[in-house]
Design a protein around this ligand. Structure first.
Ligand SMILES: Nc1ncnc2c1ncn2[C@@H]1O[C@H](COP(=O)(O)OP(=O)(O)O)[C@@H](O)[C@H]1O
Ligand SMILES: [Mg+2]
Length: 254
């Protein structure tokens, strides 16, 4: 499925993985977290070959958040769902409680800790699955379509939240079809096509390359179209400046 794919991601980066359906994005993330095994090639984490680390051991370092939270949740109560990963870890009940409560606070779910999962919205459930991953203190968090099917408020909540985690040093890698999300939140993008890595560059450089957009079946950003219509060159600088200004405006709430 994947061929000649080679790249490295530095600690503390926030990276998008993009490309059309069937390009190999999910396969790549499953290989990294150990859900699938590769016949050849190597994957290293902190210089250590992952081949002898099973899913459970990898999960201590690598958190994987599936696209659909309903496929990941197995407990009725929110607290139990998040605590589950720590059962049998050697921590006392008290230590587990403290860790789970801290994580629920980070995820904005503490007030709901004694609620059933079923009472939550899709976006909140997504945060429960992120909390279940975070409670294990991963160094790397991989998310498959973190904002798919969400309204703008939940989209913003989740992305601001992931950005906060990233600021605290967690490496974030997300698969997305949303070009605006890629542009706004991840400085770097890996573009996949037919099982190959065809580009590894800044998000704005990806979106200002019509050939690449066509080959990978990405959606051209309207900012690039605007730059071209108005004859602004280089378009890439315009797109970057626009996004930076937009971020500034939103940060100050006006
Ligand atoms: N378990 C599997 N066994 C064999 N082929 C698979 C398996 N999972 C996915 N594929 C194939 O691998 C390719 C990449 O799929 P996938 O990684 O799901 O792509 P994406 O997530 O980019 O849409 C597709 O052609 C798909 O049909
Ligand atoms: Mg996929």
């Amino acid at each position: 499925t994947l061929q000649n794919v080679s790249f490295s991601i530095g600690k503390g980066e926030m990276v998008s993985i993009v490309g059309r359906n069937g390009a190999g994005k999910s396969t790549l993330s499953k290989l990294i977290c150990g859900f699938e095994t590769q016949d050849s090639g190597e994957i290293y984490l902190n210089g250590k070959d992952l081949k002898d680390e099973n899913i459970r051991r990898r999960a201590k370092h690598i958190g994987y958040v599936m696209q659909n939270p309903n496929q990941m949740i197995s407990k009725t109560m929110i607290y139990d769902e998040v605590a589950m990963a720590l059962q049998g870890s050697g921590l006392t009940e008290e230590q587990i409680r403290e860790k789970v409560e801290d994580t629920l606070k980070v995820c904005g779910l503490y007030p709901f800790r004694n609620w059933p999962v079923s009472a939550l919205s899709f976006g909140q459930k997504k945060r429960v699955t992120i909390a279940s991953v975070l409670v294990q203190d991963p160094e790397l968090i991989l998310l498959d379509e973190p904002t798919a099917g969400q309204d703008f408020r939940h989209y913003t909540d989740i992305m601001e939240f992931l950005q906060g985690l990233n600021t605290r040093g967690v490496t974030v890698v997300m698969i997305t079809h949303d070009m605006h999300l890629m542009l706004e939140y991840t400085p770097r993008a890996l573009v996949f096509c037919d099982g190959q890595l065809i580009a590894d560059r800044s998000a704005s450089a990806v979106l200002c390359d019509p050939e690449l957009i066509e080959r990978a079946a990405l959606k051209e950003t309207s900012l690039y179209t605007l730059a071209n219509r108005c004859g602004i060159a280089p378009a890439e600088d315009f797109v970057e400046r626009f996004i930076a200004a937009d971020r500034e405006v939103r940060a100050h709430g006006c």
